[in-house]
Structure formats: structure tokens, C-alpha cells
Design a protein around this ligand. Structure first.
Ligand SMILES: [Zn+2]
Length: 142
């Protein structure tokens, strides 16, 4: 899943506190103002800057974003293929965590829980052969 790095957009560290994020956002907004940006060669994508600030200044959305950022690092597992979550078999149950499975070509199953999906996990490994697949799904905003 290609994901915009909002920290890079604002030019702040991933550990930056909220006021640093607001400062970086304000600086970019001011720099992109038409009166000041006329002579600037590089135009800032203000829509992206506002989006980055909206996500990073909201603790819940920032936590979600951080989880997604770290779920599949660039140096992480090689992903064999991307599979839609719709191809998985759902196992809803009151007793155990609701989860989804998909049979691997080795005979074992990929297994991912709803909690993991909600935390932004989009890569799952097979316990049998150690291969990884990416899961494509839409997060439903509530
Ligand atoms: Zn396997």
C-alpha cells in the first residue's frame, strides 16, 4: 500500500510533539501563500500539508498512521502477492477474536484478526512456508 509520509510532508521527526507539527504546518502554509510564493520555484501542495496536519494533530488518527507506517517497513518481508480481503474466509465468533483466513499454496493458512486490520496491518505471513502476502482492503470510517 503506497502511503504518504505525513512527517516528510511537514518536514518533522516522527517523534515531533504537537506544537512542532503546528509550527511546521503554519510555516508551510505561509510559504505557500500566493503573495509570498510568487517567486518560489517549488510550489507546496497545500492540500497535502493540511491533510498531514489534520492527521498528525489528532492523537487517534496519528496512532493509526504510525501503526500503518511501521506495519510494512520498506526493508520488511518480500510480499509474494496482494490479495483482496474479500478472497479471505471470515470466521466471526463470539468466543475468539474475529479473524480471516486464506489457504496458502503450502497447505497452511494466512490468518489475520479484525483487531490487526483495524490497527493498520496489511501484510500477513504464512506460518507454514514463511511467505508474505499483502492484504488489500478499504478501511470503513465510522
Ligand atoms: Zn505457506
Amino acid at each position: 500500500m503506497a502511503q504518504t509520509d505525513y512527517y516528510a510532508v511537514l518536514g518533522v521527526r516522527p517523534t515531533a510533539p504537537n506544537d512542532e507539527i503546528t509550527l511546521a504546518w503554519r510555516r508551510l502554509v505561509l510559504a505557500s501563500h500566493p503573495d509570498k510564493a510568487r517567486s518560489a520555484p517549488a510550489q507546496t501542495d497545500i492540500r497535502l500539508v493540511n491533510e498531514a496536519r489534520a492527521v498528525l494533530s489528532d492523537p487517534a488518527r496519528r496512532a493509526d498512521f504510525d501503526a500503518q507506517r511501521t506495519a510494512a517497513p520498506p526493508s520488511g518481508p518480500r510480499i509474494r502477492e496482494h490479495v483482496s480481503l474479500e478472497a479471505f474466509t471470515a470466521h466471526p465468533s463470539a468466543e475468539e477474536p474475529e479473524h480471516f483466513t486464506l489457504e496458502c499454496r503450502c497447505g497452511q493458512s494466512y490468518d489475520v484478526t479484525v483487531d490487526e486490520l483495524e490497527a493498520g496491518v496489511d501484510v500477513v505471513g504464512c506460518p507454514g512456508c514463511g511467505e508474505y502476502i499483502g492484504i488489500d482492503y478499504e478501511v470503513v470510517e465510522e
